[in-house]
Structure formats: C-alpha cells, structure tokens
Design a protein around this ligand. Sequence first.
Ligand SMILES: Nc1ncnc2c1ncn2[C@@H]1O[C@H](COP(=O)(O)OP(=O)(O)OP(=O)(O)O)[C@@H](O)[C@H]1O
Ligand SMILES: O=C(O)[C@H](O)[C@@H](O)[C@H](O)[C@H](O)CO
Length: 166
Amino acid sequence: MGVAGCGKSSLGAALAERLGFELIEGDDHHSPGNRDKMRQGTPLTDADRDGWLTTLAGLLAQHPGGAVLTCSALRRAYRERLRAAAPGLRFVFLDLTPALAQQRVSARSAHFFSSSLVDSQFATLESPVGEPGVLRVDAAAPLTQLVDEAVAWCHATATPHNPEAA
Ligand SMILES: Nc1ncnc2c1ncn2[C@@H]1O[C@H](COP(=O)(O)OP(=O)(O)OP(=O)(O)O)[C@@H](O)[C@H]1O
Ligand SMILES: O=C(O)[C@H](O)[C@@H](O)[C@H](O)[C@H](O)CO
C-alpha cells in the first residue's frame, strides 16, 4: 500500500513470486470511469473508490490461503474494509517523500495516472503506522532489499490463523 509511484506493483510482483502467491493488481480493477478521472487529473473520492474496494475485498476473500494485493489503501477505513474480508491481512506500507513520488510518476508516460494528482494522494493518505499488522519500509531503498525485508517479515509473523501473506 501507499501513494502512486511508491512501488506497489514492483514490490507486489516480486513478493508474490517469492512467496508463491497469486498477485492481485489493484490498478487492474479500477472502473473505466475511475481511470478517466485519474487520467484527467481529478482525484478519486470515497464514493469513487467504493465499488473498487468491494471488488478487491471480494478477490481477497476468494484467496483464503493467501495472496498479494497491490492497493493504495490510503485511508484507514479502506484498510478496515480489506481486513474485514481477509482476517489476518497485513500491509507493507511503502513510505516515500512527495518529491520522489512526483519524480517517479512524472517519469512514466504510458500510465493512466496523472502526475498532477500526486499531492492529492498525500493529502488523502492516513499513515497506517501504529495499526496492527503493518510493516513500514523506505520506498527509496533498492527493490531487492525491500523484497527481502517484506519476505522476512511475512515469515516471522505467519501463524496458522494468519496466512503467510496478504
Ligand atoms: N525500490 C525502487 N527503487 C527505484 N525505483 C523503483 C522502486 N520501486 C519502484 N520503482 C520505480 O518507480 C516507478 C513506480 O513504481 P510502481 O509502478 O511499482 O509503483 P506503484 O505504487 O505501483 O505506482 P502506481 O500505483 O501509480 O501504479 C516505476 O518506474 C518503478 O520502476
Ligand atoms: O486510491 C487511489 O487514488 C488510486 O488507487 C491511486 O492510488 C492509483 O490507482 C494508483 O496509485 C496509480 O496507479
């Protein structure tokens, strides 16, 4: 989880491969309307994210043995909806500065997300630090280091009632 450009897709794909879990790419499940809004530089609202979160929660519930989901999950209420669908769900929070997020988002041209939206992502973000089952990592660190850190944390915190990763 984290703002646009923090590295969710990069880390999620690597983590899913290392853990042997299916990857659910949150961005693949945005409605055409939501994509158009983001392309035009209009931030999503709670209402815009409602159906999307319902879809993602449903997908998590279909993977009781574990899965890796990439999702911005910017607000606590969004995370609670996902937790309700997948008891034991944990979050890796990719924390980065607005400047680095801006740099990364501006550098990619083929993506639907408008770089003018980066500030709004930080305005919406409610830090998950302090919530249960959260690992905060420095999103500026090399990807290989982030994967090792997240895999070690998943293994260390896995219990029979808390699937390996989610
Ligand atoms: N740890 C990292 N170090 C350096 N560059 C990275 C790292 N992680 C991701 N990147 C680069 O930053 C850009 C954004 O990464 P990525 O698409 O994984 O982020 P994201 O959070 O999924 O973004 P979005 O949600 O906007 O699609 C990509 O160009 C990616 O190659
Ligand atoms: O909640 C949101 O505002 C969205 O999920 C965004 O975060 C984007 O989907 C993504 O990060 C850009 O690709």
